[in-house]
Design a protein around this ligand. Structure first.
Ligand SMILES: Cc1cc2nc3c(=O)[nH]c(=O)nc-3n(C[C@H](O)[C@H](O)[C@H](O)COP(=O)(O)OP(=O)(O)OC[C@H]3O[C@@H](n4cnc5c(N)ncnc54)[C@H](O)[C@@H]3O)c2cc1C
Length: 489
């Protein structure tokens, strides 16, 4: 190689190699104003910022960096926050350094998996955001029937990696949701009646706890911590890898949606209320009441039959005879059609509100309330996650997700794009939900914008043990931007 060419290529290689480190943080020339865990103003020394930037394999971003605005953006467009620093972690070591940096300085810390937290807990103003978006690899092993998902992976990754081997586990209903927050909070999905919640399929997890230690937790190792992360949310550390149980699965499933005009809501919901309790675990079917962009309101039943389609046709037949559907789209089709069909409705950047509660039964009084409270507003809908089956066969306190006896999670929520509509749309949704409150008890923290108290509501009888474990592993409450559990001393 000619000397001139050699110099050029060496220069290019060093620029590429240095690129991730050439952020404002790597070159920090002054201290940076930040916010402590309790909200006080603090200064981060420039030398410590530079040191963290050098320790990380991924970039450490500050305002002004080209990736900064992209990285701080989360799914719900209502949250426009500006962290002092964003650590775009490339591996567990990066997470360890970032956690240690925050703890040693009492620095406010948020953890972003897939960025879908309704209240936007994964991004903070003035603190350090641990961003796991680049740690998104999922692999599946057909021999051991296990899937391994990095902490920032998306649900689509789990489905895709598993289905190619004829295997599956429970993933949620919108494929761009993060595995992290979804799993740590419980994890409802269209297969939960057959295979349980995501937490029921979690075999082990690697995490970095507040002391900066890397731990692998499972039923034998740190069993208390393993119990706590199956429902206790992001309170206990940053999970860098999840290990899930997979199940044999034919991806050609009887599935789709049946849609009736809203005028037939009484007939459809009355039938559903008397029918759902005897259904097999294979059948996932639950109602929603929506208004389409053209103003037409409807009752929608989503169906996925996770078994022999012929048996599914038979079991579903009584529902299909009810009323006169506007559309019956239930047919044998690839499982991923249903797993992605709502991705556009709940697209990134939508301004969104949701609130839910747990209903033990789909009672006649609840049906009356659903019909009477319905608001025909295209921005908002009533929707459900249907449980029962395998979900209800797990003991209430076997994991930290205690809502085992709730047959249905009942939610009101939706989305719009215009910031000027925030207050009005949220007020309508809250008033709507209020009318359903007499029929529910407890709620699912993952689908909740408001963040009512953790103790009585979402963690229920699991709270005291959770608080003890929190006290053991995170006594300073470093991981507080979540549905927070106060550490017990
Ligand atoms: C469009 C949409 C569809 C949804 N569908 C379903 C559904 O079908 N079933 C269901 O059960 N829920 C569903 N949810 C709720 C969803 O489970 C929660 O919003 C969940 O928090 C999303 O996880 P995330 O990693 O994307 O969120 P993030 O905003 O990244 O994280 C939320 C919180 O989880 C914690 N966290 C995330 N990743 C990690 C990690 N690796 N280690 C430690 N803590 C972490 C942090 O505390 C963080 O504040 C849905 C949400 C949306 C917006």
């Amino acid at each position: 190689m000619k000397r001139r060419d050699f110099c050029r290529s060496t220069l290019a290689a060093s620029v590429v190699a240095a690129y991730p480190f050439m952020t404002n943080a790597a070159l920090a020339e002054s201290s940076v104003a930040a916010v402590s865990l309790d909200g006080a103003e603090i200064e981060l020394e420039k030398a410590s910022i530079r040191e963290l930037a050098e320790q990380l394999n991924g970039p450490l971003l500050m305002p002004g960096d080209t990736q900064y605005d992209y990285a701080r953006r989360v799914w719900n467009g209502m949250h426009d926050r500006h962290p002092a620093l964003i650590a775009r972690c490339a591996n567990s070591d990066d997470v360890r350094h970032a956690v240690t940096f925050a703890r040693e300085r009492d620095l406010l810390l948020s953890v972003r998996g897939g960025g879908h937290s309704w209240p936007g807990k994964s991004v903070c103003d003035g603190g350090l955001m641990i961003d796991l978006a680049e740690m998104n690899t999922v692999t599946a092993n057909p021999e051991t029937r296990r899937a391994y998902a990095q902490g920032g992976a998306l649900l689509n990754g789990i489905d895709t990696a598993s289905l190619q081997h004829g295997l599956v586990t429970t993933a949620g209903v919108v494929s761009h949701t993060g595995v992290g927050g979804f799993t740590l909070g419980g994890g409802y999905g269209r297969l939960n009646r057959k295979y349980g919640l995501a937490v029921d399929n979690l075999v082990s997890a690697d995490l970095i706890t507040a002391d900066g230690k890397f731990r692998t937790v499972n039923a034998e190792q740190d069993p208390d911590l393993f119990w706590a992360i199956r429902g206790g949310g992001g309170n206990f550390g940053v999970v860098t890898r999840f290990e899930f149980q997979l199940h044999p699965f034919d991806r050609n499933v009887l599935s789709g949606a049946i849609i009736w005009p809203i005028e037939q809501a009484r007939e459809v919901l009355d039938f559903y209320g008397g029918w759902y309790a005897g259904l097999s675990d294979d059948l996932y079917v639950g109602p929603a009441m929506v208004t389409m962009p053209d103003g037409v309101s409807a009752v929608v039943m989503e169906v996925v039959y996770a078994g022999d389609p012929a048996a599914g046709e038979k079991e579903l037949a009584p529902l299909r005879k009810i009323g006169k559907p506007m559309d019956d789209g239930v047919k044998i089709q690839d499982y991923m059609v249903m797993q992605t069909h709502e991705d556009g409705t709940w697209a990134h950047g939508v301004r969104s509100y949701a609130k839910n509660g747990m209903a033990r039964e789909f009672s006649p009084a609840l049906i009356d309330a659903l019909i009477e409270s319905f608001v025909p507003d295209p921005r908002l809908a009533f929707f459900t996650h249907t449980a029962g089956g395998a979900v209800s066969r797990v003991d209430e306190l076997a994991t930290a997700f205690p809502h085992r006896k709730a047959e249905t999670m009942i939610a009101v929520g939706g989305g719009w794009m215009d910031p000027a509509q925030d207050a009005e749309a949220i007020a309508i949704a809250r008033a709507w939900f209020k009318q359903l409150e007499p029929f529910i008890g407890g709620y699912y923290a993952n689908i909740d914008f408001d963040g009512a108290d953790s103790k009585g509501g979402n963690y229920g009888p699991a709270y005291e043990r959770l608080a003890r474990i929190k006290g053991q592993y995170d006594p300073g409450n470093l991981f507080r931007l979540n549905r927070n559990i106060q550490p017990a001393s």
